[in-house]
Design a binder for this molecule. Sequence first.
Ligand code: SAM
Length: 274
Amino acid sequence: MGRKSRDKRDIYYRLAKEEGFRARSAYKLLQLDATLGLFRAPMRVVDLCAAPGGWSQVVARTGCACVAVDLKEMAPIPGVFRVVGDLTARDTVERIKAMGGADVVLCDGAPDVYGLGDIDAALQHRLVEVAVEVARDLLVPGGAFVSKVYRGPRSDRIFRDLRRRFSDVVCAKPKCSRNASLEAYAVARGFGSQDARGGRGVVPFVACGFEDFDADSSYPLRLFPDREYAYRDPVQMPINPTHLAATTSHRRHIPDEVEPLEETAARPSPPPPP
Ligand code: SAM
């Protein structure tokens, strides 16, 4: 696939490059914020599963303080404090807690996807459950929790659990999230409130960024008549990407000296048995 072809087929990938975001996912948080009003400086925000840093960039642009946590290393962003660690490990959680409480906890966590709906959803739900526990430790009364949740057999349980702890819980789908994608976002506000509903009731669905570009449509390269199209490289290439480690470890199993095929073909056949 050509470089320009993705620019045509994925409008948010292209916009991210043009507007200085490291990941198209930045638009998911922008659209959630535009519809639901999540950030007001000088809030303190903890961004779990933050790499490569699109959401942290959005938070930093609102003027809120941000602590970004991920298994992977993340290139610096002004105003963002980075922690490299596994969210499911106790020492990572202790390191985050030592930095103080939070007004908003975000989690866009997703394990490496297998492309098998139920397995992907089960792994992702485990990550959300851990993020909810971390949020419970960090959030100030009235604070908010925003998390990606893959739709699957256990997603109802996650929303029920959030309703027990927060007064206002909605299921949101930003316009830049493709229709075919399993993902939706839980947005839970009013942490620890007396009005929490004990897990009962229907969780309202909110479509966010309704008037924005459609993630499922292709757009011409020349988007605006008064502006020429120019290809741009991504804003930040991944640091130590997983696929590189995988290809390197695969190569270790290939012997350095492999006999070229032509030589094998040229070798004389052994004499016939007597
Ligand atoms: N919101 C990010 C952005 O805008 O750039 C994108 C997040 S990406 C979809 C999911 C991230 O979850 C990956 O960077 C991955 O390393 C991280 N992740 C998955 N499991 C994790 C874990 N156990 N602890 C910390 N991070 C994890």
